[in-house]
Design a protein around this ligand. Sequence first.
Ligand code: FAD
Ligand code: NAI
Length: 482
Amino acid sequence: MSGQFDVVVIGGGPGGYIAAIRAAQLGLATACIDDGVTPGGKAAPGGTCTNVGCIPSKALLQSSENYEQAGHGFAEHGIEVKGLALDLARMLARKDKVVRQNNEGILYLFRKNRIAFFNGRGAFEGGAENGWRVKVTVAGTEPQTLTARHVVVATGSSPRALSVGGAAVPFDNRLVLDNAGALAMPAVPKRLGVIGAGVIGLEMGSVWRRLGAEVTMLEMLDVFLPGADEAVANEAWKIFTRGQGLAIVLGAEVREVTQAGGGIAVEYAAQGAAARRVEFDRLIVSIGRVPNTAGLAAETVGLELDARGAIEVDAECRTNLPGVWAIGDVVRGPMLAHKAEEEGVAVAERIAGGHGHVDFNTIPWVIYTAPEIAWVGCTEQQLKRDGVDYRCGQFAFAANGRARALGDTRGFVKILADAATDRVLGVHVIGPMASELVAEAVVAMEFHAAAEDIALICHAHPTLSEAMKEAALAVGKRGLNA
Ligand code: FAD
Ligand code: NAI
């Protein structure tokens, strides 16, 4: 394959590899450069999501939930489990296998779509006649130069390190763990500390609690899950703290992190109380992520970054440079794999002369705790703040036949609709399979449905989705099973 392309994509995560596939499908000569490698040195495309994010975390969430169910849930079903034992090495090996299957799947898709894949680092080298030059450095070979009319930067993000008193607490992935370390602990720690009770903190905290760790989470904000609907956040708080024994401290200011014995000591002060010192065997730091722009040589071509270090883009992912686009975690907006994918497809369509579109109002959010939390659209507190006149319908899984049969009746579905037009403005679910249920709400919102539209659709019985129908009925105060 020559070094001349229509499109060069730098980064092979869900944003980059999907952009490359769509560009190739649209007839554009496409290359994708990604530096991911397995511990054994093989190509591992798929980015954070595939290697140290969405996929491995969901594998461990499933395995740990199975373990918890076998230990605490099966008895209620009349199933006695004797001699239950945890084989953590096998659980981690299964997670790694799931990841490898996804790496292989992406490599197959690159071949199938005739995408030139370079397993190395990409960096801007300068302008070219009618495009750009990108330097590719693949380990063990001479650097080469690719030229392209369009460059899509999809370099993703990295974990943000904790800073205490102006000094960074570095990740060593032995005692102080980032997401990669949190997914690969070789033994269950007795005492696990987590800094940041956001999405990663809750998911990884849940995994290790189910496997036997005593988990304490230190969250800087006074509010729990401020992005979620308040009713959902309150329900989650009750379930996680009282029901599951996750110790979550709000308003916690971390003042010192030091090594202590074989573990790590954290001194913090919370909500005006005297400072406390707690010791942990391991500490996960999950306080957000920073865009990956180092090593891109953005300055060589004058690619503009914003104050956070993200690549500055317009609503259509155009940077300040003609023919240079940026998508996913390296730009503004939620750091979600499906948001990155949607932007990747839209950019490929635009490059090919089509009309890509991403609707930021209908991007779903999911937190894969048990029960799961998922939502799309506005929260009730946002509607109140914006002075929107709305109606609310809510239905508890406790009154849903399928949830009772499953033995998981925690949570509810809540639908917010415009008071005048009945148009659905937001849907919030906490409960079993919320991640799957939210898809119906996304479809409804994309089609500008009214709550009554959902209420009038025939939902199979007995399914969890009937809770969605009942919540929609409740918006019009005509619930049947409540
Ligand atoms: P990335 O996936 O980060 O991919 C970027 C790739 O580019 C990486 O391979 C990187 O090494 C490579 N790269 C960087 N610079 C260069 C360079 N100069 N040359 C070549 N390659 C380069 N999101 C969800 O939607 N659902 C989830 O369940 C979910 N779970 C998560 C769990 C965890 C623990 C974490 C950390 C994240 C999770 N996310 C989840 C977020 C999701 O992983 C990211 O939003 C998503 O991966 C972003 O995709 P991306 O393509 O923008 O970047
Ligand atoms: P996050 O933004 O979800 O949570 C970070 C938390 O840390 C916040 O609550 C914040 O207030 C707190 N915090 C920040 N600084 C702190 C400090 N110094 N001390 C104590 N607390 C502090 O970020 P997280 O969990 O790191 O995840 C990163 C990204 O990955 C998120 O943007 C999320 O979108 C994505 N992700 C998505 C998942 C999903 O879709 N299910 C799963 C995991 C991650």
